[in-house]
Design a protein around this ligand. Structure first.
Ligand code: G
Ligand code: G
Ligand code: MN
Ligand code: NA
Length: 254
């Protein structure tokens, strides 16, 4: 497809941009950090979603330079947010794809992005999905251990949607579970609620932080806080926003 050729040009011509969505403490709504979400402003098609172009980037290998750009830009902006913050310094979460972990020198890329930005490693969280854990286990375990050794945090994204068994959790050095938003989609349905309860309990048992994704309603916030879920993300708190807006958000939401 022509999107492939266009994607090659996207980095060089400044068509990529990161937006940032806050992750908040459910106790009081204060900011814990932000998740960087990639946006592509295509010259003719307008905004192209990452769900559309990340698979193309993976097939073509473009995910390596794109991912490297995301790491550099995300860390650079995170450093600005840390400098601007009045309270606890916010963390930055960055999504990594399977191909990035397999085919790039991801450890060097992360180390370089940290060094270049001056961001403290513990302020960076790398989000991976269960597919990373399942695909090539030995390679993935090795890479994740090397990343952990840099001092960054690791989050398991979309947790609960894949096929990974609980045994993965003991083999991979994960710090954070991001509970998929499908666990909240039925709102107050008892089944969904009991699944969310199970994930929060699992996090507590294993000493992992839990982030509930996709919170859209005040009742969901209340229910999750009552369950003991520490962190949340969703349209109720804020939609993904551009870099300047994220600085303003941090300034008014300590
Ligand atoms: O951002 P939503 O805004 O539409 O993101 C859609 C999907 O794209 C999510 O699953 C998200 O994890 C993924 N995504 C967003 N930004 C990035 C990125 O920088 N790298 C990778 N690999 N995936 C991303
Ligand atoms: O897979 P990942 O968790 O990285 O995807 C993040 C995606 O979730 C982004 O596309 C983001 O825009 C979307 N998102 C964030 N908050 C909400 C929400 O409250 N509701 C819905 N429907 N999507 C959300
Ligand atoms: Mn994510
Ligand atoms: Na997710």
């Amino acid at each position: 497809l022509e999107l492939r050729t266009d994607l090659q040009r996207a980095i060089a011509t400044d068509q990529l941009e990161l937006h940032y969505q806050p992750i908040v403490h459910l106790a009081d709504g204060s900011v814990s950090g932000f998740e960087a979400l990639l946006r592509w402003h295509h010259p003719e098609r307008g905004m192209v979603s990452p769900t559309e172009f990340i698979p193309i980037a993976e097939e073509t290998g473009l995910v390596v330079p794109i991912g490297r750009w995301v790491l550099r830009e995300g860390c650079r902006h995170a450093r600005r947010l840390v400098t601007a913050s009045q309270g606890a310094a916010p963390r930055m979460s960055i999504n990594l794809s399977l191909k990035q972990i397999q085919h790039s020198d991801i450890v060097a890329d992360v180390r370089d992005a940290l060094a270049e930005s001056g961001l403290a490693p513990e302020r960076l969280v790398l989000e991976i999905t269960e597919s990373v854990l399942m695909d090539d286990t030995d390679l993935a375990v090795g890479r994740l251990r090397d990343l952990k050794a840099l001092g960054v945090g690791l989050a398991l994204d979309d947790f609960g949607t894949g096929y990974s068994s609980l045994s993965y959790l003991s083999r991979f050095p994960v710090d954070i579970l991001k509970m998929d938003r499908s666990f909240l989609s039925e709102g107050s349905s008892p089944d969904v609620r009991s699944l969310a309860t199970a994930v929060v309990g699992l996090g507590a048992t294993l000493g992992l932080e839990v982030v509930a994704e996709g919170i859209e309603l005040a009742e969901q916030w209340d229910a999750l806080h009552d369950l003991g879920c520490g962190l949340g993300q969703g349209f109720l708190f804020a939609r993904p926003m551009d870099a300047e807006a994220s600085l303003a958000f941090l300034a008014r939401t300590p």
